[in-house]
Design a protein around this ligand. Structure first.
Ligand code: ADP
Ligand code: MG
Length: 366
């Protein structure tokens, strides 16, 4: 999957822009606050329908404008398509190939992206809820059955918690809910486990290739459910029924799952340096590229926001060598990395929401 063209109208600090991207490395350069992250954000919105930075869509509409239009033309398995997201003051409209798409879930998954930003270090210190969100976002992008099972579980969980809040709890009704919940829970557990197993076959290898440091880096899946058998999950829920009744809430289940990054069986949050943590998350993101490709048969687009400058020279080279010829990469940086000349790339300079392609040799004259 290749994004061939991106057009923005009244998005963030862009009034109007159109940019033709190449299949390999695309470098967006420019000083701070010129619109580099905004451009990556627009691609994230086209991929997931929402921003990775803010919850409120309307904040992305250019100041003093009433709407934003984001359009991309992309090539998927030899066919050209286009996607459009229109943000209005009262909501948004999604379109594919000129037709409105009513369900968000039908829009997500057209363009797959993997984004890595300096903010990603937060994954270590965030709450388990944020880590679950991250996992859910990745898997729902590639699996409708996961999306359905998770949605069902969340609906039933809400119903169950309402039942538990009643003055007198109807235990037979609770049992009916539990029965259905165990089926959805088993499916979610199974797919999450497969996801983590897949990542674990790659994350250590990628880390080693990037940093030349031997490691047995692994993600540990922390789940109280720990089974993909609905009957077992029913039993587990029965065993904590007394506690649930006492606390008037569902105290266990896959809504409490978490992941831990471990090296040698030790949680890295306490032992790893900032630099190592950055490499861990970068390796995790790169493993996601492989996961998405495996599940969808399509190559995702890699978005790297301002991260080259945080890596030493040799790691920058290793990273770009690893991805540049395999994936479409869109990378922001304040300056062009010096070794980039050895690679094929396209450069776009961004200044105050205006994008200009820099042709070879033009940098010397600037
Ligand atoms: N809704 C908006 N309307 C107009 N300008 C905006 C809007 N949101 C953000 N900006 C501007 O975008 C700029 C920041 O762009 P950003 O892409 O984050 O910069 P960088 O190039 O450092 O990544 C700031 O100047 C900010 O004022
Ligand atoms: Mg930025």
């Amino acid at each position: 999957m290749i994004i061939q063209n991106l057009q923005l109208k009244n998005f963030r600090n862009y009034s109007e822009c159109s940019i033709d991207l190449c299949e390999g490395l695309n470098l967006l350069t420019g000083r701070n606050a010129q619109g580099k992250t905004n451009l990556l954000e627009s691609i994230v919105v086209l991929s997931t329908t929402r921003s990775h930075r803010i919850a409120e869509d309307q904040k992305m509409i250019r100041n003093q404008s009433d709407f934003s239009i984001l359009t991309c033309i992309y090539n998927s398995e030899g066919n050209q398509h286009n996607l459009k997201v229109i943000l209005h003051r009262k909501g948004k409209t999604l379109m594919k190939d000129g037709y409105p798409v009513m369900k968000t879930s039908d829009f997500i998954g057209e363009i797959h992206t993997v984004l890595f930003t300096p903010d990603d270090l937060r994954i270590f210190t965030d709450s388990p809820k944020e880590r679950r969100k991250l996992i859910n976002q990745v898997i729902t992008g590639v699996s409708k059955s996961y999306m359905n099972a998770l949605g069902k579980y969340q609906t039933l969980l809400k119903e169950r918690n309402i039942l538990l809040k009643n003055e007198r709890v109807d235990e037979s009704l609770l049992l009916v809910v539990d029965d259905q919940m165990a089926v959805a829970e088993a499916a979610v557990y199974q797919i999450r486990k497969e996801f983590i197993d897949f990542i674990n076959t790659w994350i250590g290898k990628i880390y080693e290739r990037l940093s030349d440091e031997k490691t047995d880096l692994k993600i540990r899946y922390m789940s109280q459910s720990d089974s993909s058998d609905p009957a077992v999950l029913m039993q587990k829920r029965k065993a904590v029924l007394k506690r649930d009744l006492e606390f008037r809430v569902t105290t266990t289940g896959i809504h409490k799952d978490d992941i831990i990054f471990e090296k040698g069986g030790v949680n890295m949050i306490d032992t790893a340096s900032q630099g190592q943590k950055r490499m861990v998350i970068l390796s995790f993101r790169l493993a996601l590229l492989l996961y998405i490709k495996e599940k969808t048969g399509k190559k995702p687009v890699l978005l790297l926001d301002d991260v080259l400058s945080e890596l030493d020279h040799i790691r920058q080279v290793r990273l770009l060598n690893m991805v540049a010829e395999k994936y479409q990469c869109i990378i922001t940086a304040t300056e062009l990395p010096p070794f980039i000349r050895n690679l094929k790339y396209r450069q776009f300079h961004i200044e105050d929401g205006m994008v200009k392609e820099i042709r070879e040799g033009e940098n010397e004259r600037r």
